[in-house]
Write a protein that binds this ligand. Structure first.
Ligand code: GLN
Length: 236
C-alpha cells in the first residue's frame, strides 16, 4: 500500500465489464472497510491512461471484440505492465485473464497478441464451457476451494513460469484439469463476474498482498452460507 488507503483500479469498465465484474470492486471495498482500511476506487475507461500507482487492479470479462480492443489499448498504454513490475496486485477474470497472456483467440479463432504479464497462451476450444466451476486451490496460497461460474470458449495453456490457481473439481477451467493461473501477485481466473462474492478468502488474499500484512478476521457467516449453498448444490 503506497498511502493510507488502498487504491483499487478498475480497468476498462467500458470494454471489460460484461458480467457484473464491478462486484469485485465492491467486495474489496467492503472487506477493507470492515477492517477500518479506507479504499479509493478509480474507474479507468479505455480512452484514459492507466495509473501506475494502484494497489489492486481489476480486469473483468468481455466479448471477443472488446477483449481484442482492450488488449491493444493496454499494450499501447503500458501502465498495467509497469504497475505489475512495482508489485501491484492484479486480479483478472476470463477475457481479462486471457489477455494478460502472450496470446489469445480472436472472434474467428485467430491468434491475438496479449500483453504478456502471465506466461499463458489461450486458443479457441471446440465447445463453449458454461456452468459451475469448483477448484481445489494451489496449496501455496492457503485458501479454501474456489467456487464460481464460467462461460468461455477459450482454452488456456500454462507456461513454466506460472502456477495453476486451482485443480478443477467441477467444470472446465483452462481445459487441462486446472483452473486459472498466478504468478507473484497477478491472478487470473475463469470464474466469472463478481467471483470474489463467493470467494471471500480469495478477496482477503488480494487485500493482504496489497496492505502487506495479514488481515484481522471478520464475521463471514453470510458469505459462508452462500458458499456452502453453491458448493453443496454443485458437489452433491
Ligand atoms: N472471449 C473469451 C472466450 O470466449 C472470453 C469470454 C468471457 O470473458 N466470458 O474465451
Amino acid at each position: 500500500m503506497r498511502s493510507d488507503r488502498i487504491k483499487i483500479v478498475w480497468i476498462y469498465p467500458d470494454l471489460l465489464s460484461t458480467y457484473g465484474d464491478q462486484g469485485n470492486c465492491i467486495v474489496l471495498e467492503r472487506r477493507a472497510a470492515l477492517r477500518g482500511i479506507p479504499t479509493q476506487t478509480v474507474n479507468v475507461r479505455s480512452d484514459e491512461a492507466v495509473p501506475v500507482d494502484g494497489d489492486i487492479y481489476l480486469l473483468g470479462g468481455g466479448e471477443d471484440r472488446p477483449q481484442i480492443l482492450a488488449a491493444q489499448r493496454l499494450r499501447a498504454d503500458g501502465g498495467l505492465a509497469r504497475a505489475a513490475q512495482y508489485g501491484s496486485v492484479i486480479f483478472a477474470v476470463c477475457a481479462g485473464y486471457q489477455l494478460l497472456g502472450t496470446e489469445f483467440g480472436g472472434e474467428e479463432g485467430q491468434p491475438v497478441e496479449g500483453i504478456g504479464l502471465l506466461d499463458i497462451r489461450s486458443g479457441r476450444g471446440e465447445r463453449r464451457a458454461v456452468g459451475e466451476i469448483v477448484g481445489e486451490v494451489d496449496s501455496a496460497l492457503g485458501i479454501p476451494k474456489i467456487t464460481g461460474f464460467e462461460n468461455h470458449q477459450g482454452v488456456t495453456h500454462l507456461g513454466p513460469s506460472v502456477r495453476p490457481l486451482a485443480k478443477t473439481v467441477v467444470g472446465v477451467g483452462n481445459g487441462d484439469g486446472y483452473e486459472g493461473a498466478y504468478r507473484d501477485h497477478t491472478v487470473g481466473t475463469y470464474m466469472h463476474g463478481p467471483a470474489l462474492v463467493r470467494n471471500p478468502a480469495l478477496a482477503d488474499l488480494l487485500l493482504w498482498w496489497a496492505v502487506g500484512q495479514e488481515l484481522q478476521p471478520i464475521d463471514d457467516s453470510w458469505a459462508g452460507r452462500l458458499r456452502e449453498e453453491r458448493l453443496n448444490s454443485v458437489l452433491t
